[in-house]
Design a protein around this ligand. Structure first.
Ligand SMILES: Cc1cc2nc3c(=O)[nH]c(=O)nc-3n(C[C@H](O)[C@H](O)[C@H](O)COP(=O)(O)OP(=O)(O)OC[C@H]3O[C@@H](n4cnc5c(N)ncnc54)[C@H](O)[C@@H]3O)c2cc1C
Length: 161
């Protein structure tokens, strides 16, 4: 058991990684993030409690399933859920993917707050979506950029609001 500073019951002893009892997914980058937090905390580079970004999780099946952020909508009045059928998009067509689908959850301000993806490239797309959530990217922002096409990144303007 640790507090919000990853201190154990002995405040001079910190814990990070899988050994912590937590609701968050137990994954390598999460352990790394916590380790870096502890290093900065003990060297007094920062004082604040640990603040986690959204954490992508991936099931490496075929196709892959990946999720990030809010996936269960508890209050429909606060969120909008959009389902995208992407199988016919060039990004997937050019590599003969038989199935590519995604579900997106947006908040009332139209910011992406969660996504679930089913495709062979779900592991790659989910990281772009994690960036979109963490940086509050919108269609208006990504429309200002030019991506290689057809790629997962070039699909972002069609996935965001
Ligand atoms: C089968 C499997 C697949 C996984 N796949 C993924 C994946 O694809 N992607 C992903 O992000 N995460 C994956 N994970 C999770 C990931 O491995 C862990 O979240 C991550 O390794 C946690 O890091 P950690 O440093 O907390 O613990 P660990 O990596 O387990 O390191 C703990 C270390 O402490 C050592 N140790 C234990 N007890 C003692 C002791 N008494 N004295 C000294 N040393 C001790 C252990 O030998 C070990 O080396 C997977 C886990 C499993 C089991």
């Amino acid at each position: 058991m640790v507090n919000e500073f990853l201190q154990t019951t002995n405040p001079k002893i910190f814990a990070c990684g899988d050994i912590i009892e937590k609701q968050l997914p137990k994954l390598t980058p999460v352990a790394t993030f916590e380790g870096q937090y502890v290093a900065r905390k003990v060297t007094k580079e920062l004082q604040e409690a640990i603040k986690y970004p959204v954490i992508p999780t991936i099931v490496y099946g075929s196709p892959k399933i990946a999720t990030v952020g809010v996936t269960k909508v508890e209050d429909d009045r606060q969120t909008v859920t959009v389902t995208q059928e992407m199988t016919d998009w060039f990004t997937y067509h050019r590599v003969n993917e038989p199935l590519a689908k995604a579900k997106f959850v947006f908040n009332k301000e139209n910011f992406l707050i969660g996504a679930s993806v089913l495709s062979e490239q779900a592991d790659e797309l989910i990281d772009f979506l994690a960036i979109a959530i963490n940086q509050q990217l919108t269609k208006r922002i990504v429309d200002q950029w030019i991506f290689g096409y057809p790629t997962l990144a070039s699909d972002l303007p069609y996935l965001l609001k």
